[in-house]
Design a protein around this ligand. Structure first.
Ligand SMILES: [Zn+2]
Length: 290
């Protein structure tokens, strides 16, 4: 087994443990789950999509409001997106557990992406602006644990989180919560502020049956539209912007401050769908199934 394979196996063990820990934490007997109607693969796709959308919106808001950031903006966008799933700002339009499951699925997605790059022997992007996928996984896991060490008491052992990191997670979570609160307190719309410019939400025709089905699901759940409604509630944009889901021949998402377009490519949905099938073969999906 190569070092990469060993790492992939270790990480898979970690996420299985994490999913089990969270499943135990999320499912008191008899409590209805808001995501019960979603299959585990769809939950995975929507969870990862929600995280990516929040990550890109973090870029938008950081740029628009010229928010000072120390360190990589990519790290900041990850922390903001993860915190908005783990600790929503106000009453959200979906159940709290739905967002927590989205956070778990996001961690899962980073693990699978890490495994895949090991499988294809892709070079590890040490010089990339993003954290390595395996680090993005550990960030989400640490914030989850740190958000409520009593509720998630079983998590560190199950994901083999080193004690030193586990002990630092509540502090890491508190620091992130403090920063997100500061960001909203400083830059969010105040009472009486004029509304900002509008965001047009547009979906171009999906290129595959998978993306067509997923788009119907996204629209049915109003995942994109509700997120932009929340954005409008919190932040005034200086100029109109557009959200567009389109075909772009690569699985990516991007906020472009020049064209003022936030683009999510249908290929990204297809990629998440493929990754969710990979999960289906393992124990992870059964652990995450409602
Ligand atoms: Zn980014």
């Amino acid at each position: 087994m190569s070092i990469d394979e060993e790492e992939a196996t270790l990480v898979r063990r970690l996420i299985v443990g994490m999913s089990a820990a969270l499943l135990v934490s999320f499912s008191p007997p008899g409590q209805a789950q808001a995501t019960a109607a979603l299959s585990a693969p769809d939950d995975f796709v929507l969870g990862n999509l929600q995280f990516v959308l929040l990550h890109e919106l973090a870029h938008l808001v950081i740029g628009e409001k010229q928010i000072p950031i120390l360190g990589s903006e990519e790290y900041a966008a990850d922390y903001i997106a993860a915190m908005l799933l783990i600790r929503p700002r106000a009453t959200v339009l979906v159940a709290e557990n739905t967002l927590l499951r989205f956070a778990v699925n996001t961690a899962d997605g980073f693990v699978i992406a890490w495994e895949r790059s090991a499988e294809y022997a892709s070079p590890i992007p040490y010089w990339g602006t993003h954290a390595l996928n395996v680090q993005r996984f550990s960030t989400v896991a640490c914030l989850l644990y740190g958000s409520n060490p009593e509720r998630f008491a079983a998590l560190p052992a199950l994901v083999e989180m080193p004690l030193a990191r586990a002990q630092s997670c509540p502090r890491e979570y508190e620091r992130a919560a403090f920063a997100v609160d500061w960001l909203f307190d400083t830059y969010a719309r105040k009472e009486g502020d004029a509304p900002g410019a509008a965001v047009e939400v547009r979906f171009e025709p999906p290129p595959s049956r998978t993306s067509q089905r997923l788009l119907s699901l996204i629209e049915e759940r109003r995942l994109i539209r509700n997120t932009f409604a929340r954005l409008d509630e919190f932040f005034s944009l200086d100029a109109p912007a557009t959200f567009v889901m389109r075909t772009c021949r690569q699985p990516q998402a991007e906020w472009n401050p020049v064209t003022r377009e936030l683009v999510i490519c249908y290929e990204l949905l297809d990629t998440y769908a493929l990754m969710s099938v990979a999960r289906r073969r393992g124990p992870i999906e059964s652990l995450l199934s409602p």
